[in-house]
Design a protein around this ligand. Structure first.
Ligand code: NAP
Ligand code: MG
Length: 490
C-alpha cells in the first residue's frame, strides 16, 4: 500500500461527493439549420442527422446535412461578403468585430463549457478551464493584430486571400473553430467552416454569437455535415485557402486534391509524441506530466504524449508511481467537476481504441488498466498502459487517439533521441530533466513542431503550432498563423 497521504485516503475507500455542473442555463434546440449569409436556413435536400451525448448515448439535437448545393450557397455568401463589406472595411473596424466575438464568448462561457462537455464527452473541468477560455483568448489575440498586419511583416505588403474553407475535428470543437476563424477574419478573409459530425453544437452556438456580434452577413458561414460536405468545401473552385485539422489519412486525400489548384493550405494531422523522462528529472512532477500528456481529454489529442520514454535507472520507480496515480483518476460523468477522464467521443472511436488494446496484447506487450468502475451506458475506456513493447509494434508507431500509453526505456540521451524520432509523425514532444543542456540538446534534435520542457500540453495563442513529417503542413497560432491567411508582397 502507498504511503502517500492522498493515496491512503483512496486506499481506505474515500470518495469525493458528486459535484455535477448545472445544465439549467443551457438551451439546445431540437434542430439546427445551416448558418449561411448571416441566417439559419434549411439544407437543400432536407436531410438532418443526430448528435448524441457520448456519456449517455442520448440524442441531444438534429443538425442539417449540407450537400454540394448548400456548400456552393455558403461559398457564394462568403464571396459576396468578401467582395462587399469585409475586404473594404478599415482593419481597425474588423478588429472590433473580432473583439466583440471574444467578449460574448467570455460572457457565455459557462453555457459553452456545458454544451462542449455534453456533445463531446470531455470533462467539464477541461472545457471550463481550457477549451472555452483559450477559444476566447484566440479571438482576443487575433483581434489585436487586425490593424497591425504591416508591423507583423515589416517591409512587406499583406493582402487577404479571399474565401477560406475550414474543416475541423471533434477533439477540441470550439477551440479548433477559434484557431481557424480568428486569424482568417483578422487578415480580412471570409470563412466557410464545417465542424465534425459528432460535435457540431458549439460551432452552431458560435454562429449565434456571430449574429449577436452583428458581423456583416456571410463573413462567417457554419455548415454541418459529414466527410462529403468537407470534401465539397475542399474541392469548391471558388475557395482560396483550405485549413484542415484531422487524420493523416484524410489530410493526404485533401493534399492530393489540392495539388495544382493554387489554393493555399494548412494541414494539422496526427501525432505520436514521446514524453522523455531522464533519471535526473523531478519524478513526481514528471508523473503528473505523463498523466496530463496522455489521459487529458481521454487521449483525444493530436499532440498527446502517447509514448513514454523513461531512462532505465528510474523506470521501475516511474511506472510504480504512474500506476498509483492512475488508480486515483476518476472516470465518469463529464459534467461532474471531480471527473478526470470523460467519455470517449463516439462508439466508432471506442472500437478503434479497443482494437488497439487487442493489437497490443497480440504483439506481446503487457497491459495494465486502472481498476476504476465505469458506467454501463456510454463510451468509456479506463486509463491504460503497455509495457514490454518494442519500437516496431503498432501501438508504438500508430496513433490510437485514446487514453493508452506505450512505455519504453532508454539508457543514453542518444538512444532516447533516436527512439523519440522513430515514428512517421512529428507534432510534439516532452522532455523532463533537471539539466538545461539536456533540454537544449533534445529540443534541437527532436523533429517535432512543439516541444515542452518539464511540462506538457500547454497552449497559448501567441505560440505557433504544427507538425513535421506526417503530422502536417504549415503552422497555426502566433505570427505564423497570420502568414497562413495572407499573401505577402515585397
Ligand atoms: P477525420 O476523419 O480526418 O475528420 C476530420 C474532419 O474532416 C471532420 O470534420 C470530418 O467530417 C472531415 N472529413 C472526413 N473526410 C473528409 C474528406 N474526405 N474531405 C474533407 N473533410 C473530411 O478524423 P476523425 O474521423 O474525426 O478521426 C479519425 C482519426 O483522426 C482519429 O482517430 C485521429 O487519429 C485523427 N484525429 C486527429 C486530430 C488532430 O487534431 N490532429 C483530431 C481528430 C482526429 P466528419 O466528422 O463528418 O467525419
Ligand atoms: Mg455529440
Amino acid at each position: 500500500m502507498s504511503t502517500d497521504p492522498s493515496k491512503l485516503a483512496f486506499n481506505a475507500g474515500w470518495q469525493y461527493a458528486p459535484a455535477p455542473e448545472s445544465t439549467d442555463h443551457v438551451t439546445i434546440d431540437e434542430q439546427y439549420d445551416l448558418f449561411i449569409g448571416g441566417e439559419f436556413s434549411p439544407p437543400g435536400e432536407g436531410r438532418y442527422f443526430e448528435t448524441i451525448n457520448p456519456a449517455t448515448e442520448e440524442r441531444l439535437s438534429s443538425v442539417a446535412l449540407a450537400g454540394e448545393a448548400d456548400v456552393d450557397r455558403a461559398v457564394k455568401a462568403a464571396r459576396k461578403a468578401y467582395a462587399g463589406p469585409w475586404s473594404k472595411m478599415k482593419a481597425a473596424e474588423r478588429g472590433k468585430y473580432i473583439f466583440r466575438i471574444a467578449r460574448i464568448l467570455q460572457e457565455r462561457a459557462r453555457e459553452f463549457s456545458v454544451v462542449e462537455s455534453l456533445d463531446g464527452g470531455k470533462p467539464i473541468r477541461e472545457s471550463r478551464d481550457i477549451d472555452i477560455p483559450l477559444a476566447a483568448a484566440h479571438f482576443f489575440y487575433y483581434a489585436g493584430w487586425a490593424d497591425k498586419l504591416e508591423y507583423a511583416f515589416p517591409g512587406r505588403r499583406p493582402h487577404s486571400l479571399g474565401v477560406a474553407g475550414q474543416v475541423i475535428p471533434w477533439n477540441f470543437p470550439l477551440l479548433m473553430a477559434a484557431w481557424k476563424i480568428a486569424p482568417a477574419l483578422a487578415c480580412g478573409n471570409t470563412v466557410v467552416l464545417k465542424p465534425a459530425e459528432t460535435t457540431p453544437l458549439t460551432a452552431l452556438k458560435l454562429a449565434e454569437v456571430i449574429q449577436e456580434a452583428d458581423l456583416p452577413p456571410g463573413v462567417v458561414n457554419i455548415i454541418t455535415g459529414a466527410g462529403d460536405t468537407g470534401a465539397a468545401i475542399v474541392n469548391h473552385p471558388d475557395v482560396d485557402k483550405i485549413a484542415f485539422t484531422g487524420s493523416t489519412e484524410v489530410g493526404r486525400i485533401i493534399q492530393r486534391s489540392l495539388a495544382g489548384t493554387g489554393k493555399k493550405y494548412t494541414l494539422e494531422l496526427g501525432g505520436k509524441a514521446a514524453n522523455i523522462i531522464f533519471a535526473d528529472a523531478a519524478i513526481d512532477q514528471a508523473v503528473e506530466g505523463i498523466v496530463n500528456g496522455i489521459f487529458f481529454n481521454q487521449g483525444h489529442v493530436c499532440c498527446a504524449g502517447s509514448r513514454l520514454l523513461v531512462q532505465e535507472s528510474v523506470a521501475d520507480e516511474v511506472i510504480t508511481k504512474l500506476k498509483d496515480r492512475m488508480e486515483t483518476l476518476i472516470v465518469g460523468d463529464p459534467l461532474d467537476k471531480n471527473t478526470d477522464i470523460g467519455a470517449i467521443n463516439s462508439a466508432e472511436q471506442l472500437d478503434t481504441i479497443r482494437s488497439y488494446l487487442s493489437i497490443g496484447r497480440e504483439e506481446g506487450a503487457e497491459m495494465y488498466q486502472s481498476s476504476c468502475e465505469v458506467p454501463d451506458t456510454g463510451y468509456w475506456c479506463r486509463p491504460t498502459i503497455f509495457t514490454g513493447v518494442s519500437q516496431s509494434n503498432r501501438i508504438v508507431q500508430e496513433e490510437i487517439f485514446g487514453p493508452v500509453l506505450a512505455i519504453q526505456t532508454f539508457r543514453t540521451l542518444e538512444e532516447g533521441l533516436t527512439k523519440a524520432n522513430n515514428t512517421p509523425y512529428g507534432l510534439s514532444g516532452g522532455v523532463w530533466t533537471d539539466k538545461g543542456a539536456k533540454i537544449f540538446k533534445m529540443t534541437q534534435n527532436i523533429r517535432a513542431g512543439v516541444i515542452w520542457a518539464n511540462t506538457f500540453n500547454k497552449f497559448d495563442p501567441t505560440s505557433p503550432f504544427g507538425g513535421y513529417k506526417e503530422s502536417g503542413v504549415g503552422r497555426e497560432g502566433g505570427l505564423h498563423g497570420l502568414d497562413a491567411y495572407l499573401r505577402l508582397e515585397s
